[in-house]
Design a protein around this ligand. Structure first.
Ligand SMILES: Cc1ncc(C[n+]2csc(CCOP(=O)(O)OP(=O)(O)O)c2C)c(N)n1
Ligand SMILES: [Mg+2]
Length: 400
């Protein structure tokens, strides 16, 4: 896991947030990236924000959308709220465990719960998901025991779960590579005639990778049943969004020949509605869709990172007001779909889950050192056998 950790904070302090791309004028009064970056392809100085599919405002007001409306029962909204809260609690517990030396590293999803729960709950059992290393909310929707995620970050497992059992692939650390795996998988189920779609998750930074762009091409020309779900959290470790693209990311799709949309990534209703639609289009033979879930990484890139070295505090403060959980809570309250007792019950459940995850994580057995060689290949492999022997001889050389 340590291969992708920055290891230690940058030695040179970062000056300020790097400059804006040439020709992009922040509209007067712009408070953060969302309000000015998106004008990059508009005429200079014109404040023309792209369409953002939003069904629930940060204040918890329901808004209409002509193409992406969704009917949800009170029970379904309460259930989404429960998902959001429990997933945040698991994440918080994992950060604490890392700080206490019980995990090697953790990549927090703080702030991205709605993007993950909304898209994750749009999947059917038959659909297949390919995650990065941060998709703890999607894992939750796929019924992967959170302790299995923690085992990977604790270094006691090389994977953690059976992808076929959950239709949820293993976490992928190599940025963007899962996009090609996913398109290959989608082309496979297309040939099988399956009634299913594939979804692949990646970040804003990953859109600069060759693998992701190649995946777009393959998916497009083969009309693969896939949804590209980009969580644009506006940072790739310390690289800001404006270093990845001069146009809004969802607009990239048109150059590859398939539709792209931008949704409010902190709005669980919008993420659910847009992903449901895109998955259905994929199943119906209409090919890929790129969904850009516009969100914000409220935490550090990983527990090895210190974002105060490269980003301004006010940015975080602005995004706290758009918290994905608070808006659902406000909606439930305002519309009297849940009472105080409900919220207390969910909080108690979250505490119990946190405790349970913690105790089971600490009880995870350490594997024998030789287990690192297991499951590299499906069968025996001569070179691996030789390396295992060498390693065991080396270990035997230590005094007990
Ligand atoms: C191919 C590759 N290059 C570089 C890295 C190091 N690395 C790990 S995470 C990361 C940034 C990814 O940013 P983004 O795609 O926006 O995802 P986020 O972590 O923000 O969710 C980088 C460069 C890597 N893991 N793999
Ligand atoms: Mg990112």
């Amino acid at each position: 896991m340590s291969t992708y950790a920055p290891g230690r904070p940058p030695q040179r302090p970062y000056a300020r947030r790097p400059g804006r791309p040439a020709g992009v004028t922040p509209p007067a009064g712009a408070r953060h990236a969302q309000e000015w970056h998106v004008t990059a392809d508009a005429p200079r100085g014109v404040d023309a924000p792209p369409e953002l599919v939003q069904l629930l405002t940060p204040e918890g007001e329901r808004v209409e959308h002509p193409d992406y409306d969704i009917e949800l029962t009170a029970e379904e909204v309460r259930s989404l709220y429960r998902d959001l809260v429990l997933v945040r609690r698991v994440d918080l517990e994992a950060v604490a465990l890392q700080r206490q030396g019980e995990l090697g590293i953790w990549a927090s999803l703080l702030g991205q719960e709605a993007a993950q729960i909304g898209s994750g709950r749009a999947l059917t059992d038959a659909d297949m998901a390919f995650p990065t290393y941060r998709e703890h909310g999607v894992a939750w929707c796929r019924d992967v025991d959170p302790v299995k995620l923690l085992g990977l970050f604790r270094g006691v497992s090389n994977g953690g779960w059976d992808p076929a059992e959950h239709n949820f692939h293993l976490y992928t650390i190599v940025i963007g590579s899962q996009a090609l795996h996913a398109v290959g998988y989608a082309m496979g189920i297309q040939r099988d005639g399956a009634e299913a779609a594939t979804i692949v998750y990646f970040g804003d930074g990953a859109t600069s990778q060759g693998d992701v762009n190649e995946a777009f091409i393959w998916a497009s020309v083969f009309n693969a049943p896939i949804v590209f779900f980009c969580q644009n959290n506006q940072w790739a470790i310390s690289e800001p969004l404006e270093k990845q693209s001069k146009i809004p990311l969802y607009k990239r799709a048109s150059g590859f020949g398939f539709p792209g949309i931008r949704v409010d990534g902190n709005d669980v209703f919008a993420c659910l509605a847009a992903t449901r639609r895109a998955l259905q289009n994929a199943r119906d033979g209409q090919g890929p869709t790129l969904i850009e879930a516009f969100t914000y990484r409220m935490g550090a890139h990983t527990t090895s990172d210190d974002p105060t070295r490269y980003r301004l505090a006010h940015e975080l403060e602005a995004w706290k007001l758009k918290d994905p959980i608070e808006r659902v809570k406000a909606y439930l309250f305002k519309n009297q779909l849940a009472d105080q007792e409900f919220f207390e019950k969910i909080d108690a459940e979250a505490d119990a889950l946190g405790k349970d995850v913690r105790s089971r994580c600490l009880a995870l057995p350490d594997p024998p050192p030789r287990a690192i060689f297991d499951h590299v290949y499906a069968g025996a492999h001569a070179l691996l056998d030789e390396e295992r022997e060498q390693y065991l001889t080396y270990l035997a050389g230590f005094e007990r």
